[in-house]
Design a protein around this ligand. Structure first.
Ligand code: NAP
Ligand code: ZN
Length: 353
């Protein structure tokens, strides 16, 4: 075991602060990575503040961060995927049983014994729970390390590991492409990636936003149209017309109004993860034979596919790079929907924290 620097919160009401955490010495199957950039996901904020306590209570201290890119510093003797000096990435998962039906079907994200990158019981016993990417290094099984296309900007690549795959996976599952009218609800970290993917795949892409000030950006990011979701008239014009809607909103909101936007057999997939229950009227689903579903990140093979797709199309997240000392401020800005469109921590700043 060795110690590495990190940023951790001691309780649901504490700020994130400099800390030292243990990492395991790499085993034969492990890759050790020096972390260069880590994206700031709204899930980090939810978990630091214990906002998912009924589903996944936070164990403190918590070290968030699951949008990790860095450089491989060492590999175990049986590792074949990566070598020292390579760029590598880690997303939301660091372990799974790799034997269950879900894992066999390349859906480690649905494995009942999956281990999240932070705040999951640590199978290796290095600490009570896993610690995430707001740190200078990480050690993971090679299966959960991804290859990074060399042509992409690294800071803009980090958010692909959660915001990217979480939007790419349902967009692929529902066959988003030419001839489809697709809505993306909420223009934040996930939402802006959803817009880029839906546009790149050739769908007519429409953003639903509560922030009129984001309209120009939405169009620049690839949207064909923008709807201010709090404007009844604008909503009415599009009622019953969408084939697919991806809802990335991080707080309680009116899901029935969005379901009413779907055409016959349309689907709304929820990826936003507010802990509060939502009221769904049966009639929102009955009329138009509509469906409502959820989706959580994506499997490792699909994450690699998404990274390779981004490499080919030169797609990265729009990031505001911050030093780690600004992360608490960044959380406050997230709560005000004031992010364009992902904060990404330059981990060099942690060396002097
Ligand atoms: P984010 O950057 O904060 O973006 C969320 C956006 O939702 C905001 O920019 C805002 O967009 C909109 N919004 C916020 N509050 C709203 C409200 N009260 N009513 C309507 N719209 C509102 O967050 P993120 O990192 O993209 O994450 C979004 C959610 O997805 C979080 O709950 C996160 O935990 C969850 N998540 C889920 C998965 C998964 O696997 N399912 C993975 C990652 C994250 P506008 O200003 O455009 O309205
Ligand atoms: Zn995330």
């Amino acid at each position: 075991m060795y110690q590495t620097k990190a940023y951790a919160a001691e309780s649901a009401t504490s700020l994130l602060e400099s800390a030292s955490i243990p990492r395991r010495d790499p085993t034969d199957k492990d890759v050790q990575i020096e972390i260069l950039f880590c994206g700031v996901c709204h899930s980090d904020l939810h978990q630091v503040r214990d906002e998912w306590k009924s589903v996944m209570p936070t164990v403190y201290p918590v070290v968030p961060g699951h949008e990790i890119v860095g450089r491989v510093t060492s590999v175990g003797s049986s590792v074949t995927k990566l070598k020292p000096g390579d760029l590598a990435a880690v997303g939301c998962m660091v372990d799974a049983d790799c034997t269950c039906a879900e894992c066999q079907a390349d859906r480690e994200n649905l494995c009942p014994s999956g281990v999240f990158t932070y705040n999951s019981p640590d199978k290796h016993g290095t600490a009570p729970v896993t610690y995430g990417g707001y740190s200078n290094s990480i050690v993971v099984d090679e299966h959960f390390a991804l290859r990074v296309p060399e042509n992409l900007d690294l800071a803009g690549t980090a958010p692909l590991l959660c915001a990217g795959i979480t939007t790419y996976s349902p967009i692929k599952r529902y066959g988003v492409g030419p001839g489809m009218k697709v809505g993306i609800v909420g223009l934040g970290g996930l939402g802006h990636m959803g817009v880029k993917f839906a546009h790149a795949l050739g769908a007519h892409t429409v953003v639903f936003t509560t922030s009129p000030g984001k309209k120009e950006d939405a169009l620049r990011l690839g949207a064909d149209e923008v709807i201010i979701s709090r404007n009844e008239d604008e909503m009415q014009k599009h009622a019953g017309s969408f084939n697919f809607i991806l809802d990335t909103v991080s707080a309680p909101h009116d899901i029935n109004a969005l379901l009413g936007m779907l055409a016959t057999d349309g689907n709304l997939t929820l990826v936003g993860a507010s802990e509060q229950p939502m009221e769904v009227s049966g009639f929102s689903l009955l009329f138009g034979r509509r469906s409502l579903s959820g989706s959580i990140i994506g499997g490792i093979a699909q994450t690699q596919e998404m990274l390779d797709f981004c490499g080919e199309k030169n797609i990265t997240a729009d990031v505001e790079v911050i030093p780690i000392q600004k992360v608490n401020e960044a959380y406050e800005r997230l709560l005000k929907s004031d992010v364009k469109y992902r904060f990404c921590i330059d981990m060099e700043s942690l060396k002097t924290a």
